[in-house]
Design a protein around this ligand. Structure first.
Ligand code: ACK
Length: 824
């Protein structure tokens, strides 16, 4: 009993002393003041704290540094990653001691040294201090108590998994020191994980993520402005600045925060993904700001040697020109790792030339050679003279380009960007360079006879068919000259073929009602699935829309536009045949409680970006400038991989030359998506599509329809609601509550912000679609949105719209496209 009481008192004393120690903070460690478990060393400005900690779900104890000012303990550096203090008992007597040899020693409960800093030089009066940057340093204090500014040791030289501002990542060429990140084994285990993030200095230096000795992801070589593979690294980033230093003494990458009150770092997580996080006071959590590995093409060497990866293509891997798959069967089965081989070997004898690739993430530079002074012409000659050179490029893209980068042996991990990236000149045997033209010439001449025969017979068939079509068109009562061109480029389907494919237009094949008539699912003989839009015979408006759709979409091709396979015009029948989209329309997902659960944020974000690219193509990149005029969730179709495709061009209008805006007294579109100037004054332009896109974007985030939106606290529509939330710093409340809690908050807030910019009252305040795409893909600073157009809500919209406007449709529901004839 006595011993029980004694134990109890000892325990109590030890507990009380440990409680007392918890609140005890040091400002320096020196020979007389070690740091004991329970005490902390705090940086002068109070940003960071050094002490002992136990990770969640672990019974091991470590010495580490964490942020002091935030409520979630986030450890940025760990000393004894491989030698934890095993139990609380042995760690309770643990301490960090600064010895007379000027080294820090971590001593466990039994007195054994389990971790130590390396010996550099011994000074008379050493101290260890934690700087406000999070850097633990050992330095000499001179007799006047003034620190001499050269560190004997610093933790920034031995990073853990976090890259803090001001920390150099790279090599000291004089001392041989290599500073790189090593991931934790898991989020609860700081021991050395499988991944490292380091500067690879074989060849032209490039930042990489590696698993053991294998590369996983490359940032690409430094090109004077950024790493070649990271187009969203912008030098004028308002949030942080960065630089790459390369001289005879050191090579490193470093960044600094512009506003030091912002808390942010880069982290290599235990799955080998590099991410930048920013602390959000509002969310009271870390928000992911950027992730380095952004798409499949970022997987190292996905397409093998001499392959190139372009995420806009399907499949994404292709062989470089003049190369062919090494293992064609594997290649066709999407197993690309064998890569590609040359069709014709290099002559190495003056018989070679180059093909230029633009928008490239430069290939792996471990087998490269570089020179900072050569011009591009000198570089080209150097490559021509060196038989093992396979490609060359500019080393530094600034000021028109300078320097020379040459690849020898192989090209690997080459990615093509849509609009960023660099030029790369790939060496080919000269015979390959002219091959395209020569092949065409040979085909032309050898088939000349056959063509003549074919032309004769085709003319005969076409003449017969046209006679037949003319009969049908005459009964429409309108001329067909304007559709003729487009139609003639479209394959014509025989009505029997379509009838057979759709089970004779059976009700079971009916997918729904489109803009101008029913839509049927069908399957062609070869197994291809199709969707057939059949014009309702009595619909005069439908006929206009049919004609319009043919003109607009026949010549367009983009991965985010639904593909028109052909049409059928026979007698009274008018049909359009599309590729079938197995996931149907977006509104079936976002406005359905059950199905919206399956649409997690990354998918939604991908859909938003896909739609934006599709609209950009219509507005800017296609041959015609097209305003869709009816962008809405039900006109976005989703393929089997949930890629979005814009459909229904029945109301689209094309602009020519310098025409940017038009007015109509026949307002077509869908309430809730129509811009104010269009709904009220009939004015439409690319900016009216931008407005509809903004509405759609906010609907995708919230899973709520703009039209018909109700809120218990106010009468605003979805746009007004979103604007209020963003202004009140409660933007994340807009997010569909069925989306998993773990989403990328910065992407969501940024998308919401962009959505609100798109729905501005004044078309000039709305961004172009190009800006929208850039803003979605990068971290450029966004302007502050003003109050949106049609902010007040549906009553206002309906009243405004319907005064002076009569709808020609009596059955218009929320989602129905309407035609309103202005009374002006
Ligand atoms: O929302 P949904 O199921 O998807 O209902 C509409 C309906 O037809 C009327 O437009 C569906 N639909 C239209 N075009 C296609 C297509 N190419 N593939 C699959 N479904 C389609 C649309």
């Amino acid at each position: 009993m006595a011993s029980y009481c004694l134990n109890f008192v000892l325990c109590l004393l030890s507990f009380m002393s440990s409680q007392l120690l918890v609140s005890f903070s040091l400002s320096i460690i020196n020979a007389t003041h070690p740091l004991k478990d329970g005490e902390t060393l705090v940086s002068a400005g109070g940003n960071f704290e050094l002490g002992f900690f136990t990770p969640d779900n672990s019974d091991k104890r470590y010495l580490g540094i964490w942020y002091k000012k935030i409520p979630i303990q986030t450890v940025v550096w760990v000393a004894n990653r491989e030698e934890p203090l095993e139990t609380l008992v042995s760690s309770s007597a643990a301490m960090l001691k600064l010895t007379s040899r000027s080294v820090l020693e971590l001593i466990n409960g039994t007195g054994a040294v389990i971790w130590t800093t390396n010996v550099t030089r011994t000074v008379k009066n050493p101290v260890a201090e934690l700087l406000d940057s999070g850097n633990l340093v050992i330095k000499e204090m001179d007799d006047d108590q003034i620190y001499v500014d050269s560190y004997l040791w610093q933790s920034f030289d031995f990073p853990s998994h976090i890259h803090l501002p001001g920390m150099k990542l790279g090599k000291d060429l004089v001392s041989g020191l290599d500073r790189y990140l090593t991931s934790w084994s898991s989020s609860d285990d700081p021991s050395l994980g499988s991944y490292t993030h380091r500067l690879d200095c074989r060849g032209s230096p490039q930042l990489v993520v590696m698993k053991g000795q294998m590369e996983q992801y490359r940032y690409g070589p430094w090109n004077g402005v950024r790493f070649s593979g990271v187009p969203n690294m912008k030098p004028n980033n308002p949030f942080y600045t960065f630089k790459f230093v390369m001289n005879s003494k050191e090579i490193y990458y470093i960044y600094e925060l512009v506003n030091t009150s912002v808390i942010s770092h880069r982290m290599l997580n235990s799955d080998g993904v590099m991410q930048r996080f920013v602390w959000s006071d509002h969310v009271q959590g870390w928000v992911m700001y950027l992730t380095a590995q952004s798409d499949n093409c970022d997987t190292y060497s996905l397409c093998g040697k001499f392959g190139s990866c372009n995420i806009a293509n399907s499949p994404e891997c292709g062989c470089l020109k003049g190369f062919e798959p090494k293992s064609p069967n594997d290649w066709n089965a999407r197993e690309w790792s064998d890569g590609c081989a040359r069709k014709t070997t290099l002559s190495c004898n003056g018989g070679d030339g180059f093909i230029k690739y633009t928008h490239v993430k430069l290939p792996d530079t471990q087998n490269s050679w570089y020179n900072t002074n050569m011009s591009l012409d000198e570089c080209r000659n150097k490559c021509l003279l060196n038989c093992s050179c396979v490609a060359y490029s500019t080393l530094d893209v600034r000021a028109g380009g300078s320097g020379c980068l040459i690849w020898t042996d192989v090209l690997i991990d080459l990615k093509i960007f849509p609009d960023n990236g660099q030029d790369l000149y790939v060496k080919l045997n000269a015979s390959e360079l002219g091959k395209g033209k020569r092949r065409i010439w040979m085909i032309l001449s050898s088939t000349f006879g056959a063509v003549i025969l074919l032309v004769l017979s085709t003319t005969l068939i076409l003449w017969k068919k046209r006679q037949f079509r003319r009969k049908g068109k005459a009964s429409d009562g309108y001329t067909v000259n304007d559709t003729e061109n487009a139609e003639s480029e479209l394959p014509l389907f025989d009505i029997d073929v379509i009838a057979q494919a759709t089970n004779n237009f059976s009700d079971t094949n009916r997918l729904g009602e489109g803009g101008f008539g029913p839509v049927y699912k069908g399957m062609l003989k070869g197994g291809q699935e199709i969707a057939v839009k059949r014009l309702a015979k009595e619909s005069r408006q439908g006929l206009d829309e049919f004609k319009n759709e043919v003109i607009c979409i026949a010549k367009l091709q983009h991965r985010n536009l639904v593909k028109l396979l052909g049409c059928c015009i026979e007698g009274e029948e008018r049909m359009l045949v599309y590729e079938y989209m197995s996931n149907k329309s977006l509104n079936l997902f976002i406005f359905d409680d059950m199905r919206s659960k399956s649409l997690e944020w990354p998918k939604r974000f991908q859909i938003i970006k896909g739609i934006a690219r599709g609209v950009l193509y219509l507005h800017q990149d296609s041959r015609l400038r097209i305003v869709h005029r009816d962008l809405k969730a039900s006109n976005i179709l989703l393929d089997s991989e949930m890629n979005p495709k814009i459909s229904d061009f029945g109301m689209a209008r094309s602009f020519e030359g310098n025409e940017y805006e038009a007015q109509t007294n026949k307002v077509v579109g869908t309430y809730g998506y129509m811009s104010p100037e269009y709904a009220i004054d009939g004015l439409f332009s690319v900016k009216s599509d931008v407005y509809s896109f903004g509405v759609l974007l906010l609907e995708i985030i919230s899973s709520k329809r703009n039209r018909g939106f109700n809120h218990p606290d106010h009468h605003h529509n979805l746009l007004g609601h979103a604007w209020r939330l963003l202004n009140e710093g409660l933007g994340l409340e807009l997010v569909d509550s069925s989306i998993e809690v773990c989403y990328n908050a910065s992407e969501v807030l940024r998308s919401m912000h962009i959505g609100l910019l798109c729905v501005q009252q004044n078309p000039d305040d709305r961004p172009s679609m190009l800006s929208v795409v850039v803003m979605l893909d990068s971290d450029v600073e966004l302007p502050q949105p003003k109050m949106p157009g049609f902010f007040i809500g549906r009553e206002f919209l309906d009243k405004e719209l319907l005064s002076g406007v009569t709808t020609s449709e009596t059955h218009c529901s929320n989602e129905m496209s309407v035609t309103a004839v202005s009374g002006r």
